[in-house]
Ligand binder design. Structure first.
Ligand SMILES: Nc1nc2c(ncn2[C@@H]2O[C@H](COP(=O)(O)OP(=O)(O)OP(=O)(O)O)[C@@H](O)[C@H]2O)c(=O)[nH]1
Ligand SMILES: [Mg+2]
Length: 625
C-alpha cells in the first residue's frame, strides 16, 4: 500500500496514455489547468508534457501527457517516447505510479485493448472513458459497473472539455488515492505478436458486447457530410474553395485593422519625435526601433485571421479530411501519409512542424518531410508577402468577391506547397526508387463543434509568439540595422543621402555583385543579411533603410517608387525558397541528429531561391516589368 502522505514531498506520478485523438491532452489541461495544444486529429502531441494537479482532497499529483499510441510496441519516435516513459526508462520523468488509460467512449476498442496490454507493466491502472458526452448524445449506453467487473480495473467517465465534465473522474481518482493505490506488480510486458494483438482485439470486442449498448445507428451526420466532403470530385473542389476564401478573408478583413495599428504607430513615433530633440537618440528610437518593430507588428491582424480559420477547421475535424484528400497527391510525390500533419503545422512555423515529423516511423520518409517542411509558407513570411503584394499588386477586384491581392497571396502559398511536393518527388528519386509510400492510416475523427476556448487560446498563443518575436529578435535587428545605416556619418559637403556613406551601404555594395543578377539592389542586400536570422527582420530592415515609419502603406509606396516590378517579383520568389531562419536550421540539425542534413537544406533552398528568382526577374524584364 502506498500512503499519499508518505509521498507528500514527491507527488504521485500519473501518466495519461491512450490511442491518438482520444482527448489525453484535453484531460491533461483539465486536470492541471495547463494550456497544451489539442486538435481534432491524431498525432497532435509528440513529446511528453508534465504538469501539476491537486486532488479535491488536496493530494498533489504530477501528471504526464503522452503522445497517442495503440500499443507499447513502439514504431515511430513519438511512440518511443510513450513506451519509455511507461517503462520508467526516462530519467526526466521517473517511475509512474498510476496509469490513466484513456479510451474514446464512442470507439472503445483500441483503448480497452491497450488497457489489457498495459496490465503487464505492473503499474496500477485507472481506465478513463473520455468524450462520454458524445457517446451519450449518440445514445451509446455504457454500463460502467459491468465494464469494471469484466475488466477487473477501475473505470471512470469524463468529458474533458466541459465544465463539470471532470467531477466523476476526480471523485474516482480521489477515492483510489485515498484508499492507497494497489501495490505495483511485476513488470512482465513483452512486445505482443500480431496474433496476440488480434486475440486481444477479439477480447476487447467481447467486453464491449457485454457492457455497451449501441442504438442501431441511422446514418450519422458525420457520414452524411463526409459523403460530400470526401467525394473524389467535390472534395478537392471544396478544399480549394475553402483555402481560396481563407486568403480573400485575410486580405479583405485585415485592411481596416492594419490601418488602425499603422495609425497608432504613426502616433507613437510622432509623440516620441515631439518629446525628444533632433539627434541620435531620436533617430535610434523613431527610425530604428519604432519603425522596425512597427513595420512588422502591423501584420498581426493577418496572422490572427489566417490562424483563426485554420484552428476552427482543425477543431471541426475538417483538416483530417484535408489530409485524406491530399493523401493521393502526396503519395504520388513519395510522401508518407502522416507527413500531412507536420506540413500543416509548418504553416504556422517550420520548427514545431519539423518536430511533429516524429509521428513518421520510416526514417527516410521522415527525413524527406523534414527537408521540405521549411518550404511551407510559415507565418514569418506573411509580413514580407503582404508588404510586397501591397506595393506591387493593385488592390483590384477581378470578379465578384475576388480580390487580386488575395489571389496572389493564395498563389504564393500554393507555390510553397507545390514546390515542396516537387522536392519530395525528386528526393524520393534520389533516396530510393519505385517504392510506393505507405498509405495514410488515419482514423477520421467525427466532426465536432469547435471549442471556442481552445480556438481563442490557440490564437492567443500564435499572436503572443508573433509579438514576442517583434519585441526581441526584430527589435534587436532593427537597432543593429539602424546603427549600420547611420554610421559613419557622411563627410562634410556630401551630396548624396547619408545612408550611402554608411557601413550598411558598404556591406550592401559588397553583396550586390552576387545578388544583382536576380535584380536585388544594395538596399535589399542590407535587409537580407539580418533577415537570415528570421524572415520578418527583412521588412524591419527595409523600413530602416528607407527610413519610413508608420505602417505598411508608407513603406509599400516607397518600395513601389524605388523598385521595378521585376525586382519586387524576384524578391517574392526568393522568399518562397530561401532558408532564412536560424531556428529552423537548428531544429533540422537536432531532429536529424546530423549537421549534414542541415547543410543539405541550406544548399538546396538557396540554390532554388537563386535559380527561381533569376528566372522570375528576367522573365518579368522581358515582359516589360
Ligand atoms: N466533445 C468532446 N470533445 C473532446 C473531449 N475531449 C477531447 N475532445 C476534443 O477531441 C479532440 C482531440 O483532443 P486531444 O486532447 O488533442 O487528443 P489527444 O488524445 O491528446 O490527441 P494526440 O495528442 O493526437 O494523441 C479535440 O478537438 C478536443 O477538443 C470530450 O470529452 N468531449
Ligand atoms: Mg495530445
Amino acid at each position: 500500500m502506498l500512503e499519499p502522505q508518505a509521498r507528500a514531498d514527491s507527488p504521485l506520478r500519473v501518466a495519461l496514455i491512450g490511442a491518438p485523438n482520444c482527448g489525453k491532452t484535453s484531460l491533461f489541461n483539465a486536470l492541471t489547468g495547463a494550456n497544451q495544444r489539442v486538435g481534432n486529429y491524431s498525432g497532435v502531441t509528440v513529446e511528453r508534457k508534465i504538469g501539476q494537479a491537486v486532488t479535491p482532497a488536496g493530494v498533489p499529483l504530477t501528471v504526464v501527457d503522452l503522445p497517442g499510441t495503440y500499443s507499447l510496441r513502439a514504431r515511430s519516435p513519438d511512440e518511443v517516447v510513450t513506451r519509455d516513459v511507461i517503462l520508467g526508462r526516462r530519467k526526466d520523468v521517473g517511475q509512474i505510479d498510476l496509469l490513466m488509460v484513456v479510451a474514446d467512449a464512442t470507439h472503445l476498442r483500441p483503448g480497452l485493448r491497450l488497457a489489457q496490454e498495459l496490465r503487464a507493466c505492473g503499474i496500477p491502472i485507472l481506465v478513463v472513458l473520455n468524450m462520454i458526452d458524445i457517446a451519450r448524445h449518440r445514445g451509446i449506453e455504457i454500463d460502467l459497473e459491468v465494464l469494471e467487473r469484466s475488466l477487473g480495473l477501475p473505470v471512470a467517465a469524463s468529458t474533458a472539455v466541459r465544465r463539470g465534465g471532470m467531477d466523476a473522474l476526480w471523485g474516482r481518482l480521489g477515492g483510489l488515492i485515498g484508499q492507497g493505490l494497489p501495490a505495483r506488480g511485476a513488470m512482465t510486458w513483452e512486445a505482443p505478436s500480431a496474433a496476440q494483438l488480434r486475440a486481444a482485439l477479439r477480447q476487447a470486442d467481447q467486453l464491449i458486447a457485454h457492457a455497451v449498448h449501441k442504438p442501431v445507428a441511422p446514418r450519422s451526420l458525420t457520414e452524411k457530410v463526409d459523403a460530400v466532403v470526401l467525394n473524389p470530385f467535390a472534395g478537392p473542389m471544396i478544399l480549394l474553395v475553402l483555402m481560396f476564401a481563407m486568403f480573400q478573408a485575410v486580405f479583405a478583413g485585415a485592411a481596416p485593422l492594419m490601418e488602425a495599428i499603422g495609425a497608432m504607430i504613426d502616433w507613437l513615433s510622432g509623440a516620441v519625435s515631439a518629446l525628444l530633440p533632433e539627434g541620435l537618440l531620436r533617430g535610434l528610437i523613431v527610425d530604428g526601433a519604432i519603425a522596425g518593430v512597427g513595420s512588422v507588428v502591423v501584420f498581426l491582424p493577418q496572422i490572427v485571421i489566417l490562424f483563426g480559420f485554420i484552428l476552427i477547421l482543425e477543431d471541426l475535424g475538417y483538416m483530417a479530411r484535408a489530409a485524406f484528400l491530399m493523401d493521393r497527391i502526396m503519395g504520388h510525390a513519395g510522401l508518407h501519409g502522416r507527413a500531412f500533419i507536420p506540413l500543416l503545422s509548418s504553416f504556422a512555423c517550420a520548427v514545431p512542424g519539423i518536430m511533429s515529423a516524429r509521428v513518421i516511423d520510416d526514417r527516410r520518409d521522415r527525413l524527406t518531410t523534414i527537408l521540405i517542411a521549411p518550404l511551407m509558407t510559415c507565418s514569418a513570411r506573411i509580413p514580407v508577402y503582404t508588404l510586397l503584394i501591397g506595393a506591387f499588386v493593385p488592390a483590384r477586384s477581378i470578379g465578384p468577391g475576388i480580390g487580386l491581392q488575395g489571389l496572389v497571396m493564395f498563389g504564393l502559398f500554393a507555390a510553397g506547397v507545390i514546390s515542396a511536393l516537387l522536392v519530395a518527388f525528386v528526393s524520393r528519386m534520389l533516396l530510393r526508387r519505385n517504392e510506393i509510400a505507405a498509405p495514410l492510416m488515419l482514423d477520421l475523427p467525427d466532426y465536432k463543434i469547435p471549442q471556442m476556448r481552445g480556438v481563442l487560446l490557440g490564437l492567443w498563443q500564435r499572436a503572443r509568439a508573433f509579438l514576442r518575436r517583434a519585441g526581441t529578435i526584430i527589435f534587436y535587428a532593427s537597432v543593429v540595422v539602424w546603427v549600420l545605416s547611420t554610421f559613419p556619418f557622411p563627410p562634410e559637403g556630401a551630396t548624396e543621402p547619408a545612408i550611402n556613406y554608411s557601413f550598411a551601404a558598404m556591406i550592401g555594395h559588397l553583396l550586390e555583385p552576387i545578388l544583382s543578377p536576380i535584380g536585388f539592389s544594395w538596399q535589399i542586400c542590407v535587409a537580407l543579411v539580418p533577415g537570415m536570422a528570421a524572415r520578418e527582420v527583412a521588412v524591419a530592415g527595409l523600413s530602416t533603410v528607407y527610413a519610413v515609419s508608420g505602417g505598411e502603406t508608407a513603406l509599400g509606396a516607397e518600395l513601389a517608387a524605388n523598385w521595378s516590378l521585376a525586382t519586387g517579383v524576384s524578391l517574392l520568389v526568393w522568399y518562397i525558397f530561401a532558408p532564412q531562419c536560424l531556428s529552423t536550421l537548428a531544429v533540422i540539425r537536432r531532429e536529424t541528429g546530423q549537421a549534414r542534413w542541415m547543410w543539405v537544406s541550406v544548399v538546396y533552398m538557396f540554390g532554388l531561391a537563386y535559380i527561381c528568382s533569376f528566372i522570375a526577374y528576367h522573365v518579368m524584364r522581358a515582359l516589360g516589368g
